[in-house]
Design a protein around this ligand. Structure first.
Ligand SMILES: [Zn+2]
Ligand SMILES: [Zn+2]
Length: 263
């Protein structure tokens, strides 16, 4: 599997991704809002974009579909539950579907509600696995649930799916928010040495060259994976004394998500 991450350099801080087959040069573009930039990247690589995949229906992910389809004739793939809202979808996706790119790439479709109720992540079972996670999981953070989402469903996606993937899985989200998310982790857990060691570099980095985290690393630096940390719970009780000394993981997640909404 060949892969190119494309920094859109826009105010949404989008990351776009091209996934290509080394044998045929066919490529799939994930959420190519800046479709011209994606097309140019493909041209430089000698790839032909034949599929567009939307992780979910928000316009900052689907707004490039028409331009990309007009330029390439690519087929559009999206969650079956989001297809009517997106429009122009050629293939409606369900949990467990396999998406083929060329002759050598297979991607597994995960059904990952929470940020919206119809959101897919793609999992590449390559030597080192890769997760393309849209607005579900960010580097050191979690998606919000303001526009059609549900925090309880997001917790279930984190606990039952994402946390169970191999620790060496690389995390490729739809936006670059690393510094801000690390700052939230440190606000919740000031003694988190792993987050502290990354935050300065993240504030200064060129987003186009931003760090690619793994799930193992996320479990150290992402407060939404640290639901049983005594330090996280103790600090959370300052804001929500009613959760008691031994809150369950779901309660901790929901309270963290609530705090992050206004942080
Ligand atoms: Zn979104
Ligand atoms: Zn987004």
């Amino acid at each position: 599997m060949l892969m190119e991450r494309i920094w859109a350099a826009n105010s949404f801080r989008n990351f776009h991704y091209l996934i290509a087959c080394a044998q045929t040069g066919e490529a799939l573009a994930i959420d190519p809002l800046d479709w011209r930039r994606c097309l140019e990247a493909a041209r430089q690589k000698g790839w032909e974009i034949t599929q567009v995949l939307n992780t979910h229906e928000h316009l900052d992910h689907t707004g490039g579909n028409a331009g990309m389809v007009g330029a390439t004739g690519a087929r559009v793939l999206a969650h079956a539950g989001a297809a009517s809202r997106i429009g122009g979808v050629d293939r409606a996706l369900h949990k467990g579907d396999v998406i083929r790119v060329g002759t050598s790439v297979e991607l597994e479709c995960l059904d990952t509600p929470g940020h919206t109720l119809s959101h897919v992540c793609l999992l590449a079972h390559t030597g080192q696995p890769a997760l393309f996670c849209g607005d579900t999981l960010f580097n050191a953070g979690a998606g919000n649930c303001h526009n059609g989402g549900d925090p309880g469903r997001l917790y279930e996606t984190f606990a039952a799916q994402l946390a169970r993937l191999p620790d060496d899985t690389r995390v490729f989200p739809g936006h670059e928010y690393l510094a801000r998310n690390l700052e939230f982790t440190l606000d919740r857990e000031p003694g988190n040495a792993a987050a502290a060691s990354l935050v300065e570099a993240a504030r200064r980095h060129d987003p186009a060259a931003a760090r690619v985290t793994t799930l193992g690393e996320e479990k150290e630096i992402n407060t939404f994976f640290r639901l049983r940390s005594p330090a996280v719970i103790a600090r959370l009780r300052e804001a929500f004394p009613e959760i008691g000394p031994e809150p369950d993981a779901r309660t901790v997640f929901l309270k963290l998500r609530e705090l992050r909404n206004s942080w």
